[in-house]
Design a protein. Sequence first.
Length: 152
Amino acid sequence: MSEFKVRDNELSELEVQTLIRAAIAARDKAYAPYSAFKVGAALLCSDGRVFSGCNVENAAYGAGICAERGAAMQAVAAGAQEFTAIAVAGWKDTNAERDRGLAYPCGICRQFLNEFSDGRMSVYVARSVTDYEKNDLSSLLLHGFGPRNLDL
Ligand SMILES: [Zn+2]
């Protein structure tokens, strides 16, 4: 039973905090020996399930992958293809909470998420469980290219 009641992509404050908490927990699993910049993501799907991911770096730097795409891969592999919201938490362990920036999804991840939301998902970028910014993906990826462009 999911603890999320998905309705019109609006989450309660408690649900947002639960999603951010899951992103922070995923961040703890990040493999970032090169940058030390650990990122976690928690992706809420329309069926109420949450999938998490963390950044995984690689000695061949370009082979690394972001937390957001890691979470999206988990979701799709489990049969969830309609994304509702994602929480992202990224900072170095040495950053005190007041020194943390906001780790917005990179361009590739914005495009990747758009495939399964048509821009209609919420993106919560957090410094902590209670300190975050909310955006719609469509505002982060203006005029995004998606399945509809291919008449799918
Ligand atoms: Zn990314």
